[in-house]
Design a protein around this ligand. Sequence first.
Ligand SMILES: [Cu+2]
Length: 123
Amino acid sequence: MEKRRSILRMSLICILTALSPAMTFADTAPSSAPPLAVTASNYKFAPSMITVQVDQAVTLDLTSTEGVHGIQSSDLGIPATTIVPGRTKTVTFTPKKTGTFLIHCTVPCGPGHADMVLTVKVT
Ligand SMILES: [Cu+2]
């Protein structure tokens, strides 16, 4: 009986040892989500709305096809970021609360500037 218990214990240790690398990988991976591409132009972001997960790091690949634009959100932890044609700006942030956040373009870019909004849904 004691021997059987010992074998069971050893089996359990082997199973946990075999599983732990995968568990460690899942725990330490900052984000399994692929980067989200957001393209700015006069006077919109495309897509105009993105959905991200709370407490999960997300990376935005920001480009502009027309004009200089920008984003910033203290609610979401997005630093002031200028988006210039011909360059990809990469921003990584981790949303800390759920909700819908409107990010207005931070660069006065022309007549449609006031309506230029990127909506970020955190679920
Ligand atoms: Cu603007």
